[in-house]
Design a protein around this ligand. Structure first.
Ligand SMILES: [Fe+2]
Length: 392
């Protein structure tokens, strides 16, 4: 029997040129005063920031702009909210990567309130439940990785010895509108594109393998994997300026957000949180660097301890998909998946953990906080340590 609950999916406008619909979308929320959240420089450099501000202002809107050049922190969110709380902001719009979308989501959640966001951060603050009252929020992703445009949480980081990556979360925080415009994506740099695409792949594979996955998420994740397998390498190479290729990645990323929001994530993301809290390493890079070694560890553990697990058949299906084999070759296809992920890691020159200052003596504290939740098999501490060591 099937039994599942599904989170709300926001209205989505997908396609080249759809950004021109932004004023129309803002007007749906009776928006006159807009707070535009972007990244540090790339949107400015490309001229798109001036273009968007002009588009909104020509529609009679007042636009305030705030730039976030790093993953959002409590200090950043509290600071922006304090500065703009009295300016009658009607709608918050994020145009940028996952950090920018998370920042805008958190700002929209906190603008109607006068307390610090830390009160609502899971596992960090006072555990105060958020009322769900927020400002309307529109997400326009410009990288294809986190899927934050369709999730109900915003990740807030404090990096350091006592660092963390924790979420503020509420069903109401799901964006009220999403625009995915391929023309915005072509200027995303190669290294960011590569890390985000590998993260999107991980966010499709991990829910797909979840022991509690719904048939709806299986279908969504599969569609995303189909779109991603042929666009990942071209988007990082000769087809970087090809809007169609970029769209495929953006589609995969969008679906990865829906999949993870509903059926959870596995060991890669169970490690990404503590690693990203302790060290200044982008989320996409952690996932990109660990996905091949994690799939290898899962495959080995499944073969040893759960040889009849449905996850093995699913890994074989994904393996056959990524190598374009119409024949189901069982175990061989599982190995083909691992080989392909190793090749992608090499071709895309995915950095190793040590390039971000992570060494052997850091592994124990990472392992203490690692989570196996929704992984297809419970990995032992030694197995997790080993997959980390592969990428030091
Ligand atoms: Fe991720």
């Amino acid at each position: 029997m099937w039994s599942f609950d599904y989170a709300r999916i926001p209205p989505i406008s997908f396609g080249a040129g759809k950004l021109t619909r932004l004023p129309q979308l803002v007007r749906q929320f009776r928006g006159q005063v807009v707070l535009l959240v972007t990244g540090g420089t790339s949107l400015q450099r490309s001229g798109k920031l001036a273009w968007v501000k002009n588009l909104l202002e020509q529609s009679g809107m007042t636009v305030h702009h705030v730039a976030c050049d790093a993953e959002p922190t409590v200090t950043l969110i509290d600071g922006v909210v304090t500065s703009y709380r009295t300016l009658s902001v009607d709608v918050v719009i994020s145009i940028g990567g996952g950090s920018v979308v998370d920042a805008g989501k958190a700002i929209s959640a906190m603008l109607p309130h006068d307390n610090s966001i830390i009160d609502h951060l899971e596992g960090v603050g006072r555990g105060v439940a958020h009322s769900g009252v927020k400002k309307p929020f529109i997400a326009v992703p410009t990288t294809s990785g986190t899927g934050s445009e369709v999730t109900k949480n915003a990740v807030i980081s404090e990096v350091g010895v006592a660092g963390y990556k924790k979420s503020i979360r509420h069903d109401n925080f799901i964006a009220d509108g999403v625009i995915v415009d391929g023309e915005l994506l072509t200027s995303c740099p190669r290294d960011v594109t590569a890390a985000c695409a590998m993260d999107a792949f991980t966010q499709l594979l991990e829910p797909f393998l979840s022991p509690t996955v719904s048939p709806l998420t299986e279908a969504i994740a599969w569609s995303g994997l189909e779109a991603l397998k042929d666009s990942l390498l071209p988007a990082c190479g000769t087809a970087a300026a090809d809007v169609t290729v970029r769209e495929r990645l953006a589609y995969a990323s969008l679906l990865s957000g829906i999949a993870l929001a509903n059926d959870g994530l596995g060991i890669v993301h169970g490690l990404a949180s503590p690693i990203g809290g302790f060290f200044p390493i982008p989320h996409g890079v952690v996932c990109a660097t660990l996905v091949a070694s994690s799939v290898r560890a899962n495959l080995r553990a499944l073969r040893q301890r759960a040889p009849t697990s449905p996850a093995l058949k699913k890994l074989a299906r994904v393996g056959a998909l990524v190598v374009d084999s119409s024949e189901r070759r069982g175990d061989d296809s599982c190995d083909a998946l691992v080989d392909t992920l190793d090749q992608w890691t090499t071709i895309l020159q995915v950095p190793k953990l040590s390039q971000y200052g992570i060494n052997d003596h850091d592994l124990e504290k990472i392992l203490d906080l690692a989570e196996n939740r929704n992984n297809p098999i419970e990995l032992t501490r030694a197995e997790i340590r080993s997959l980390l060591e592969e990428r030091l």
